[in-house]
Design a protein around this ligand. Sequence first.
Ligand code: NDP
Length: 284
Amino acid sequence: MAAALIDGKLIAQKVKDEIQKRVDNLKAKGITPGLGVILVGEDPASQAYVGMKEKTCKKLGIHSEVYRLDGNTSEKEVLDLLEKLNNDSNIHGILVQLPLPKHIDEWKVLDAIDPQKDVDGFHSINVGNLCIGRDAFVPCTPLGVIVMLEHCNVDLTGKHVVVVGRSNIVGKPMAQLALQRHATVTIAHSRTKDLAAITRQADVLIVAVGRPKMITKDMVKEGAVVIDVGINRVESGLVGDVDFDGVKEVASQITPVPGGVGPMTIAMLMHNTVLSAERRKNNV
Ligand code: NDP
């Protein structure tokens, strides 16, 4: 039997409907959530992502300020702008679109964001807090995956979750979140031996690698839930890291690409921004 489709667009819309109510509530109390975005350089994919974030803010009535800086901007200029945004009471969330040009130290920049405005969850303090189970801003893509699984009534307790990919923005925080939800977690990466033997053990398989259709039907256990984070541009358009047509024959639930995890990521960025504004309101 073919797998049920996990419709990221639909789930993201439901999440955004809830966020809309929270924005309206804040506005009724005189607070407009605000997001500051810094984009350095002309990378087309980054420009497209920033454009989508800006559009979604507008739709939800979240104030957004996008700083589009040219590729030669110095590290100091970016740090100065961050300081300004850190001190701006109209801005509740700050994100620096990655990747940054090579002459800018990414960690220095990410750690210059006020952790309480770090809605991408990449500041070392938020990374550390996530690892020890304290309140933290959680990176949007893995958070989106968790919300998606919750919407599909997938309880991770006692499940074997296999995460393929160990990046700081997806794989590692994904594994932490699954661990917090009492899953038994395996992380696989480019040096993993016999990947298929590991992925076949997964009750929930989450793939974030960036290699088109690398997970094939023979690598997936019958009835597994398969979440494809990958976005790869190929001649025919966008495809994920999972060979969707083959894997859907064995999985119980599966996300498509596009229309799976992608829309959740932006929805969770909006969630984190509104959360930051709500926290500030409660602290005033
Ligand atoms: P990175 O390139 O930072 O990390 C890729 C990971 O995959 C690394 O840990 C790497 O291992 C691992 N890997 C590479 N080759 C293999 C292999 N043959 N077998 C097993 N593991 C392998 O990518 P990101 O985490 O940033 O992104 C992953 C994918 O997710 C990309 O396609 C990206 O476009 C997409 N993405 C989608 C988002 C969304 O909103 N849907 C958001 C963010 C990313 P090693 O560490 O050993 O090098």
